[in-house]
Write a new protein. Structure first.
Ligand code: PSU
Ligand code: MN
Length: 322
């Protein structure tokens, strides 16, 4: 597996006195033997879906990864310790906390660990911890991006910067269309992140297979993706990569409904003069109301699809690196 900090604690139950990071026994054993491991984030659990669907989905995604021959490693900060591989009760705690759980991107990791807090990790926080533990492949739903109007607000997700400086492969369904897709791709390019669409030419927009923006690169199979990741690790590049998998066609109809609701919510924002940090919560709430649960269903379907492909990529990568 890739670079691995030598002083990272490896016991399942004790943190090293020096590094507040532990891997579960299962993850530790898999990493030690070079078996495939798939990192999973916890912000999608705490903040991305309502309880109890969030817990059910998280457990099903872990089971799916196992079925496909890889070890799942859900990542979060629990009582001040960065945990790579949560047990079911830790996962339940994050899921039940929901919106009350802290959300940790890279900037928040030291504070969460230093103050003994519990926090769900975003894509950037999860990538940073996955790299420290030696996990190369990470599956999620969507990554953060440049917000619409980001050219003046400078609201650009830390995920994009992390992808420029941490070598982890992120398998996702692109970015939500409430974000600015062209500018998101520009920022990823600026920071040197490798961006491949999976099996298509266009960068997908989460609920829809198309975004109107062509992806810079394309791969078509798990083996091809694994070869790209392997080459990146062999070259010792510091940047990460995005493998953007479109939502499966059979769920895209649902996605289209969500997309129409999103457009309506965005129009409402203009007429109601909603601005700044009120924007995203308003849009998400309106989309949930307008689609009567279709957005959650489509979200779960695409996360599972990403997990299937991500696990297959991790399996191929482990074979290449044996
Ligand atoms: N996009 C989604 N679902 C999510 C997220 C993004 O479609 O749950 C979460 C991820 O954890 C991502 C974070 O890392 O939101 C980005 O937040 P921000 O825009 O504040 O950087
Ligand atoms: Mn932001």
């Amino acid at each position: 597996m890739g670079t691995r900090a030598s002083n990272v604690a490896s016991s399942s139950s004790r943190a090293s006195p020096r590094v507040p990071l532990t891997c579960s026994r299962e993850v530790e054993a898999a990493l030690r033997s070079g078996a495939p491991v798939v990192a999973l984030e916890s912000t999608i659990v705490a903040h991305g879906m309502p309880f109890p669907e969030n817990l059910k989905t998280a457990l099903e995604v872990e089971a799916l990864v196992r079925t496909l021959g890889a070890t799942p490693a859900t990542i979060a900060v629990i009582d001040g310790v960065a945990r790579v591989g949560l047990n079911d009760s830790e996962l339940k705690r994050i899921a039940e906390l929901g919106e009350r759980c802290a959300k940790a991107s890279r900037r928040d990791l030291a504070h969460a660990c230093g103050t003994g807090s519990t926090a769900a990790t975003t894509v950037s926080g999860t990538m940073a911890l996955a790299r420290m533990a030696g996990v190369d492949v990470f599956v999620t739903g969507g990554i953060g991006g440049v917000h619409r109007g980001g050219e003046s607000t400078m609201d650009v997700s830390a995920d994009l910067i992390e992808l420029g400086r941490t070598n982890v492969a992120v398998i996702c369904a692109g970015v939500k269309s409430i974000l600015d897709v062209p500018r998101t791709l520009e920022v990823l390019e600026t920071h040197g992140a490798t961006v491949c669409a999976y099996g298509v030419d266009e960068f997908p927009a989460f609920f829809t297979r198309t975004s109107g923006s062509r992806a810079p690169l394309r791969v078509d199979t798990p083996l091809e993706a694994a070869r790209v990741i392997d080459a990146s690790l062999r070259l010792g590049l510091s940047n990460g990569s995005v493998f953007a998998v479109p939502i499966p066609s059979e769920h895209e109809a649902l996605g289209q409904v969500v997309e129409q609701a999103t457009s309506q919510a965005l129009r409402e924002i203009e007429t109601r003069k909603i601005i700044g940090r009120e924007v995203t919560p308003y849009v998400l709430k309106r989309v949930a109301e307008l689609t009567d649960g279709a957005s959650l269903k489509a979200n779960i379907a695409l996360v599972k699809n990403n997990a299937r492909i991500g696990a297959a990529i991790a399996v191929e990568l482990a074979k290449l690196r044996k």
